[in-house]
Design a protein. Structure first.
Length: 134
């Protein structure tokens, strides 16, 4: 099975000014092991894109060569798979990650930053990051 996720970053706490969006697609397998109500999930990254959602963000990203690109255009996604973006080394296509997930009706709780390349280091606690089905 495949999942598509988008995470929009805002410049304020009211979420009224979106500045960038990360979108990733991954194949996944749900495990049969449950720990503290969480289910194992294994991902294989298929794609990872970033999009500037404001003109100042696009200009800043271009000037700072964010993710190695100097040509950010408002609303145009850039493939950032495997790139260094700021202080974060992003996964490349085929990157495998292990995590735990909680699905409750239309809510999915997972912290992608806590995903680990080593199955033995898989997170064991519920994430405070929650996605809602549109």
């Amino acid at each position: 099975d495949s999942l598509d996720f988008s995470m929009i970053h805002h410049q304020d706490n009211t979420c009224s000014s979106p500045v960038m969006q990360f979108t990733w697609t991954a194949d996944y397998i749900l495990g049969s092991v449950f720990v503290n109500g969480l289910q194992e999930i294994d991902f294989v990254l298929k794609s990872l894109e970033a999009t500037a959602l404001s003109e100042p963000t696009a200009q800043y990203f271009s000037e700072s060569q964010f993710c190695g690109y100097g040509n950010w255009i408002l609303g145009q996604p850039q493939d950032v798979s495997g790139r260094m973006c700021g202080d974060n080394q992003l996964g490349s296509r085929g990157y495998k990650a292990y995590n735990m997930i909680l699905v409750d009706q239309d809510i999915l709780a997972i912290d992608f930053n806590a995903s680990h390349r080593d199955q033995a280091q898989r997170p064991q606690t519920r994430s405070s990051i929650v996605f809602r089905r549109n």
